[in-house]
Write a protein that binds this ligand. Structure first.
Ligand code: NAG
Ligand code: NAG
Length: 464
């Protein structure tokens, strides 16, 4: 199947937005599997299309759903940046010609795109912690630079922002009308694609995008571990996980053969080709409907793509089974989860600050958090993926608070390891905040299997 056929097929598979054709979501037939929670099907082309996350596709969203007597207290949003240009080139080939300027007459489009560009082009004043001030505020190169956010990426986050605005601001009135900078907590890594993704989301989200109310903090670590990054045991888990990955690859003779063929086409040693991580570049060709590169020795093609993508899916399966990545994730995600529960606990005390937190991040940020929460069946974070923690207060019992966890609009609360048994043990319709707090403060470390009961001990366990 070529890229075009695959794209068209996808467009036909997706149910039209329920609102548009007047069908209630209940009567809408489920054509696609639940993208967030069901074990991935193993069709590599289908998986790749979900990963592209091409806008215009109708989206399901379960954000903001709670029984009537619950009040929304705070929201914590983790995003992966939107669609970007590859980080690596395939040596000796022409890199894909993708335009990273933002223009109205190119798809995908969003009604707020031009206003976004015009607002950003006026500059920001001092809205960012150093060194974010040196980054461009929106993509603007006729031939994308390496890793640059594309128009697709901007539109994905304008859409995310608008969706969250309709639910959290219009419906649930999360922010007061005279909201101020204190009510937002914004943090991004130092890449232009994450800063720009965060800005696009906020531009879609906020009722008035006023630079005086925006302050982005800089996070040097992709794990968002701030002052708690030093953790030797986490690094040991990662080394073992990388070893597992390497051994699995060696076992896959079809994969080795494919790399060999591709190396011949581009006329470099196989080792060098593999080191250039060609799937990253191939996914860009695929997501943008640009044919794979050719040389006078032949073309990289869809069969190569399928073999590599299929291997990725198998790798993720083994990764879940071997649980080394889980060990890495529990330690890697602890600091950011700890920070999140602290912020939630302050909100339960009635403090009106940091009601909306946004972390603009990477696949290597979201993936460990998902894994640590026990959402091992969740798909690898696609472009513009969003993971959301909602904090709710029961108006009938104001001292009781609950959390909901959503991944790409799907409610995964009762798939998490801290709330999956909740239904069996409790008549309450929502997952209590205490479950999450207990998990982060203690059960995460118990899950590692040693005798450690806190982060420091778990990170320095001897003889691991
Ligand atoms: C993909 O590209 C082909 C030719 O390059 C073009 O004819 C087709 O319309 C494109 N498909 C989509 C879905 O954009
Ligand atoms: C967890 O949060 C508490 C309260 O903010 C803080 O005192 C503690 O140092 C944090 N621990 C880690 C490992 O980040």
């Amino acid at each position: 199947m070529d890229v075009l056929t695959a794209l068209l097929l996808l467009v036909h598979l997706i149910p039209v937005s329920a609102a548009k054709n007047g069908v209630s979501s209940k009567s809408r037939k489920r054509i696609l599997p639940e993208p967030a929670t069901e074990p991935p099907v193993t069709d590599p082309v289908y998986e790749a299309l979900l990963y592209c996350n091409i806008p215009s596709v109708a989206e399901r969203s379960m954000e903001g759903h709670a029984p009537h007597h619950f009040k929304l207290v705070s929201v914590h949003v983790f995003i992966r940046h939107g669609d970007r240009y590859p980080l690596y080139v395939i040596p000796k080939t022409k890199r894909p010609e993708i335009d990273c300027t933002l223009v109205a007459n190119r798809k995908p489009y969003h009604p707020k795109l031009e206003a976004f560009v015009s607002h950003m082009s006026k500059g920001s004043g001092a809205s960012f912690e150093s060194p974010l001030n040196s980054l461009p505020l929106y993509p603007n190169h006729p031939l994308c630079e390496m890793g640059e956010l594309t128009q697709t990426g901007v539109v994905q986050h304008l859409q995310n922002g608008q969706l969250l605005r309709d639910i959290y601001l219009k419906k649930h009135k999360l922010l007061p009308t005279d909201w101020s900078a204190d009510q937002l907590y914004l943090e991004t890594t130092g890449k232009s694609r994450t800063l720009q993704s965060g800005l696009a989301l906020l531009y879609g989200f906020l009722p008035d995008f006023d630079w005086k109310k925006i302050y982005f903090r800089h996070q040097p670590s992709a794990l968002f571990c701030s002052g708690s990054c030093y953790c030797p045991v986490r690094n040991q888990y990662l080394e073992k996980e990388q070893r597992r990955q390497y051994l699995l690859r060696l076992k896959n003779s079809q994969l080795e053969k494919t790399y060999g063929e591709m190396a011949k086409i581009v006329d470099i040693p196989t080792k060098q080709l593999r080191a250039a991580n060609p799937i990253d570049s191939m996914l860009c060709h695929f997501c943008h409907n640009v044919s794979f590169p050719c040389t006078r020795n032949g073309c990289v093609d869809m069969e190569h793509f399928k073999v590599i993508k299929t291997h990725q899916i198998e790798d993720e399966k083994e990764r879940r089974e071997k649980k080394l990545y889980l060990g890495y994730s529990l330690l890697g995600a602890h600091p950011i989860l700890n920070q999140t529960i602290s912020r939630m606990q302050r909100a339960t005390e009635g403090r009106k600050e940091e009601l909306f937190a946004l972390y603009s991040a990477h696949d290597v940020t979201l993936s460990p958090v998902l894994s640590a929460l026990g959402l091992s069946e969740a798909r690898f974070p696609r472009f513009a993926a969003r993971l959301i923690f909602e904090l709710w207060q029961d108006r009938e019992k104001p001292t009781e608070h609950s959390v909901r966890i959503l991944y790409n609009g799907i409610d995964v609360t009762f798939h998490t390891s801290f709330c999956q048994d909740h239904h069996k043990r409790s008549p309450k319709p929502m997952c209590p905040l205490e479950n999450l707090v207990r998990f982060v403060k203690r059960d995460m470390f118990v899950a590692l299997g040693g005798s450690s009961t806190n982060y420091y001990d778990a990170c320095h366990r001897e003889g691991f």
